[in-house]
Design a protein around this ligand. Structure first.
Ligand code: SF4
Length: 163
């Protein structure tokens, strides 16, 4: 790895930008994530920035049990984040669909559709647990910087979605 790539890896570990997506959550996990970004939990010590566009982000944080209507948007967002990227599943919902497991509106868990790098369990997890997950994802990002890009998950075709 040349010096430029080493510098990039170092800066990625120290400044992960997050894009947050709700895939049908009850908002409990979303509130805890936002609490983790406040000065009380001091996410800025990790250089974390909440980013509005997936094109500028390094880490995708996804909450919720993954509804049918969220699948296409989620795959589009995953494709828009540049390599290297990491995915953090926040709460028990994206990991297992949680208490909503038999719901007919769901198409979870999350790893059916996109690769997940870090799971943060809990219903909801505490903000400090979410920050620990983000720190782990930042380490994964730095390690992934020298690797080949993974193929993006293709959005579901409209006909396939209706079937
Ligand atoms: S894990 Fe719990 S708090 Fe988080 S979205 Fe699911 S039900 Fe809500």
């Amino acid at each position: 790895m040349n010096l430029w790539k080493k510098l990039l890896c170092y800066s990625r570990r120290k400044s992960p930008w997050l894009f947050h997506m709700n895939s049908g959550s009850c908002n409990g996990c979303d509130i805890e994530l936002i609490a983790g970004l406040t000065p009380r939990y001091d996410a800025e010590q990790l250089g974390v920035k909440h980013e509005a566009s997936p094109r500028h982000a390094d880490i995708i944080c996804i909450s919720g049990p993954v509804t049918h209507t969220a699948v296409n948007a989620m795959k589009t967002v995953y494709g828009q984040v540049c390599h290297p990227k990491a995915v953090v599943a926040i709460g028990s919902c994206p990991a297992s669909t949680n208490v909503f497991i038999d719901s007919r509106v769901l198409d979870g868990p999350l790893d059916r559709h996109i690769p997940v790098d870090v799971y943060v369990p809990g219903c909801p997890p505490r903000p400090d647990a979410i920050l620990a997950g983000i720190a782990k994802a930042a380490e994964i990002l730095a390690a992934r910087a020298g690797q080949e890009a993974q193929p993006a998950a293709a959005p579901v075709a409209a006909e396939e979605e209706k079937a």
